[in-house]
Design a protein around this ligand. Structure first.
Ligand code: 5CA
Length: 440
């Protein structure tokens, strides 16, 4: 992508409305634009990052055996009357009427709709277990939308829903998602701590929140400090292995039970003082097991091996991609801007032409741009005629992991500079070496 042809409305000044660094940087880097309170457009640079985040989520959901579908944002109120949540959900739900005066709503979550899909076609235990997910916009009319897309009214969610014949089966489905989440957040460059949690309006009695430590987070975290350092399940984890996944899960729950109880001060106080961690964090994911809470009122049942009908045991599993993007920035930035982990960076590398119009600089940049693009790299080429200082500031602000800098003096020697955005380290090398560094 040539910067001269791209759409990236960089802000020179710090936007006054932004209270936290991720919001400030997302606005300054031209990633998002507020359309009305708590409702955002994702501009091209932001959209690229969001897509990468969603793809990692998708890969890990698929690896764990979940199957993708797509449900609408607008739902009929009838479904929610069946589950009893239509009135219970209160003012957070945006209620709409269609031209026939039928009550509709902009979905804040999809337990009812997925249960409806399930009951319409699954009749036998032989079709279980089943886990269906989608990545779709949601709407919650939050009292205090704030911090940009961190807490917005319209936001994206990956929501997965599992169906099992028995509680044991449902617990295995829960452990699959638990394990997939540990892997997902790790691939996003984050340490997300699983914390036992309240279930709130989703209901049920087994639930974990996944929390990233950050001073600006809205959640409180009390736990053993060892919680922050843990092994991530390997890529070849056998998600069908009940014992294997239970081992991963038990390690957590036992550590948890032994050392911390989020809402239980005495358990926290039982941790030796030097080993306590009391911090703030951002909830980026939340998983629930809620048994037959929706299957019973909505009549979602299957025939079991005993020939009898059984209400299915369900769980739901949410991740917020539009919250994850600012959460990644909170965890990874410096005074000059964003530092993207390579896995979600909007571009792999930016080529900076320090003297656009200079024949040697132009030729060198075009050569590098073409070679890296051909090799499948996502390259941003700053071919604008901005001053070098502006170009460096832009490249640092938008956080592309590597910069290849071509200035007249180096180019005259057949060389360019390669800068690592994270460490700031710069290295001069031949043009060929610079290309090979990214292609090899
Ligand atoms: N149905 C369940 C799980 S599928 C559910 O709705 N869970 S939730 O309410 O905990 O939301 C799941 C995730 O969505 C949260 O962990 C968070 O990452 C994201 N999320 C929730 N509300 C917002 C919001 N207002 N803005 C941005 N992200 C949000």
């Amino acid at each position: 992508m040539r910067l001269s042809r791209f759409f990236i409305p960089i802000l020179k000044e710090n936007p006054k409305e932004a209270e936290i660094v991720s919001h400030r940087l997302m606005l300054r880097a031209g990633m998002i634009r507020q359309q009305s309170q708590g409702i955002y457009s994702w501009l091209p640079l932001g959209k690229k990052v969001l897509d990468k985040v969603n793809n990692i989520i998708r890969e890990e959901q698929n690896r764990a055996g979940a199957i993708e579908l797509s449900m609408p944002t607008l739902q009929s109120a009838e479904l929610w009357q069946e589950s009893g949540r239509y009135d219970a959900y209160g003012k957070e739900m945006l209620r709409i009427k269609d031209r026939q005066d039928r009550p509709m709503l902009y979905g804040p979550t999809n337990e009812e709709m997925i249960t409806d899909i399930f009951r319409s076609s699954v009749k036998s235990y032989k079709d279980l277990p089943l886990n269906l997910y989608h990545i779709q916009l949601k709407f919650r009319d939050e009292i205090r939308p704030r911090f940009g897309t961190m807490r917005s009214r319209e936001f994206m969610m990956k929501d997965a829903y599992s169906f099992d014949l028995t509680r044991e089966g449902a617990e295995h489905s829960y452990n699959k998602m638990f394990t997939a989440y540990l892997r997902t957040f790790d691939r996003l460059g984050l340490r997300a701590i699983p914390m036992r949690a309240d279930t709130g309006p989703i209901g049920g009695n087994l639930s974990h929140e996944f929390i990233i430590l950050a001073d600006t987070g809205e959640s409180e975290v009390f736990c053993h400090k060892d919680f922050v350092n843990f092994d991530i399940p390997a890529e070849n984890t056998d998600f069908d292995s009940v014992d294997g996944l239970k081992g991963i899960f038990d390690k957590w729950t036992s550590l948890y039970a032994a050392t911390s109880e989020m809402h239980d001060e005495s358990a926290f106080n039982a941790i030796p003082e030097g080993e306590r961690l009391s911090a703030r964090g951002i909830e980026v994911g939340h998983i629930f097991y809620f048994g037959t809470k929706y299957s019973e009122p909505m009549g979602a049942k299957v025939q079991g091996p005993d020939g009898k009908e059984h209400f299915v045991h369900m769980g739901s599993y949410g991740i917020g991609p539009t919250r994850l993007v600012p959460a990644i920035i909170e965890a990874s930035h410096d005074e000059n801007g964003i530092i993207w982990p390579e896995s979600v960076a909007p571009f792999d590398v930016v080529v900076i032409n320090m003297k656009a119009g200079d024949e040697a600089c132009d030729g060198t940049c075009e050569l590098i741009y073409a070679a890296l693009t051909k090799a499948g790299k996502d390259v941003l080429y700053d071919d604008t005629d901005d001053r070098a200082g502006t170009k460096f500031a832009t490249a640092d602000l938008i956080g592309v992991p590597y910069q290849i800098i071509a200035g007249p003096r180096a180019v005259a020697n057949g060389e360019v500079e390669v800068k690592d955005r994270k460490t700031g380290a710069r290295e001069t090398m031949t043009i060929e070496a610079a290309i090979n560094r990214f292609v090899a």
